[in-house]
Design a protein around this ligand. Structure first.
Ligand SMILES: [Zn+2]
Length: 428
């Protein structure tokens, strides 16, 4: 048992110190990664990650981390699942968790570990284990709309000088928290603004000066320059995980009940507002009771590569690291492997491991460990290799029924990418 684990077993659970120690762990893992895909001296990035905590022993382990701030446009959608559309760190860290869980379940089915209990062919995460989520800044979208904090410039956030204003306007759409504090005293109260727009078919922001600029609690698309994306903001996606579980529909097929995050920790040195975060993540559908409400808090530990005067440009690459037996790190840019030669574009086998294509392959490989009769019982068919991705997801009727209820009052405006993913797994 390492030092931090010992401290946890010997002392009462302290949320604040837990958050700080967790963030330190994420940063340690990040620092040990190779340079490829990391921001240069002028670039910033977002770090997100997921941590496993064992209550009985105090053992904590980083399960996955990811960096990234980019999302590609709607016209680049590919039905083969080979391109990663949404490379925001939070989304990639969750994909990393899924890969970790597939691996863990495989080992459980082989009788190697006991993190999941198996009963009636369905798996259940032991109540001794918790998953904690981290992001070095507030998730893009609704959570970023909050009152401006005049003092913020003193704790490490960039303060723009006048000649940087033009630059700021140019980047306005690129960065989520774009309207950064200026040194001049303000006469009227104002809010932080987001470049994440309301969905096209919905009511739009008023853009009136001051606090009424934005509508609150709206589903928004990812902020970004150029062509609009079809991916919704991280505030929306994380809220969906809180409502339905972070396992998603595919993995849910194998589980007795959803896996809920125990806490969501935001890094230090960035704007933070408890009320905005609660609104964005917990209160989107006031008529739906969230089964396990996560703790939302800010750590005082600062990820060193957040946006600042020096680091004013978003790094183009994304890194994903997953805690598997065999080392797993991959670097992507524009949704494909960094440095992938043009002649391999469109070759699904060269996709990122976090792409839909490969995560679905891993899932189907997991299904193949089950007996045919069990598969028939779980998903209605014995042969799983001919089932396309979109169809397999819908085998989890319970998940989609619940999603329909969650969406009914509020998320009904959730953007729907056309359901084009008709690819099947290709297992050798
Ligand atoms: Zn985001």
């Amino acid at each position: 048992m390492d030092k931090i684990s010992e401290e946890f077993s010997n002392s009462a659970f302290s949320a604040t110190s837990f958050a700080d120690k967790a963030v330190q762990r994420f940063i340690e893992v990040y620092e040990k990664l190779p340079k490829s895909g990391k921001p240069t001296a002028e670039e910033f990035t977002v770090l997100a990650g997921i941590l496993l905590f064992q209550r009985s022993t105090g053992y904590m382990e980083v399960v996955s981390i990811a960096t990234g701030t980019k999302c590609i446009g709607g016209s680049k959608l590919l039905a083969k699942g080979s391109v990663v559309h949404d490379s925001h760190a939070e989304i990639l860290a969750r994909r990393g968790l899924l890969i970790y869980l597939y691996e863990t379940i495989k080992r459980t089915l082989k009788g190697e570990i006991t993190m999941f209990k198996l009963g009636d062919n369905k798996l259940e995460l032991s109540s001794d284990y918790e998953f904690h989520f981290f992001s070095s800044q507030l998730p893009c979208g609704d959570a970023c709309i909050m009152p401006k904090d005049e003092d913020f410039e003193f704790i490490g956030m960039p303060v723009l000088t006048e000649n940087q204003t033009t630059l700021k306007n140019k980047r306005k759409a690129e960065n989520d928290i774009s309207n950064i504090n200026s040194k001049e005293p303000r006469l009227a109260p104002d809010i932080q603004r987001t470049g994440a727009k309301c969905l096209p078919h919905c009511e739009q922001d008023t853009r009136e000066p001051g606090t009424k600029y934005h509508l609150l609690g709206q589903v928004r698309t990812k902020p970004g320059r150029g062509e609009r994306t079809l991916s919704v903001s991280c505030s929306d996606k994380i809220s969906k995980w809180i409502n339905l579980g972070i396992q998603g529909s595919l993995l849910g097929i194998l589980l007795k009940k959803p896996i809920y995050l125990k806490s969501i920790i935001i890094g230090g040195g960035v704007p933070y507002n408890q009320e905005s975060l609660e609104r964005a993540l917990l209160l989107r559908n006031p008529n739906f009771k969230i089964e396990n409400v996560p703790i939302l808090e800010q750590s005082s530990v600062v990820f060193p590569y957040i946006k600042s005067n020096l680091r004013h440009r978003a790094g183009p690459a994304s890194i994903v690291w997953v805690n598997l037996k065999e080392s797993f790190t991959e670097v992507g840019t524009n949704g494909i492997r960094l440095g992938l030669s043009k002649k391999f574009l469109g070759d699904v086998k060269k996709s990122l491991q976090v792409s839909k294509y490969y995560t679905y392959n891993r899932f189907v490989q997991l299904l193949l460990l089950y007996k045919k009769e069990t598969l028939k019982e779980m998903i209605g068919v014995e042969s799983v290799q001919t089932i396309p991705y979109y169809e397999m997801k819908r085998k989890n009727k319970e998940y989609y029924d619940k999603w329909a209820v969650v969406k009914k009052d509020f998320f009904k405006t959730w953007t729907m990418k056309p359901d084009i993913w008709d690819f099947c797994a290709s297992i050798q």
